[in-house]
Write a protein of this length. Sequence first.
Length: 127
Amino acid sequence: MTWLQKLMTPRIRTEGQTSKGKVPEGVWEKCGGCGAVLYRPELERNLMVCPKCGHHHAISARARLAAFLDEDSVIERTIVDKNASIGRGCRITNAGHVQDGEGPGFYIRDGIVVVLKNAVIPDGTVI
């Protein structure tokens, strides 16, 4: 340590020095419900729900679909209401080009399939 560094106040000394390291953007996220700082990968594993208070963070439409659909399922021109359960390997595409119709847990209006609230679509269903 030089004689000049010994004379400088601690405030002046710390201004010129760099910090140990920087945290990359997007690694931590603050919860809007409880204010806790959450590790982003852990929050994503928990489907964007705070493990401390249960606050639901915003999630994209594609991420939400990926959360409740498996890789073998196909959904096109379909509205899925909340709490609907869609089984594995389902194809909801209105393959028959039906304009108006009904089935267990869904109906078709103007060629668009609507899966009803709390409906259960069994595995392997083709609509």
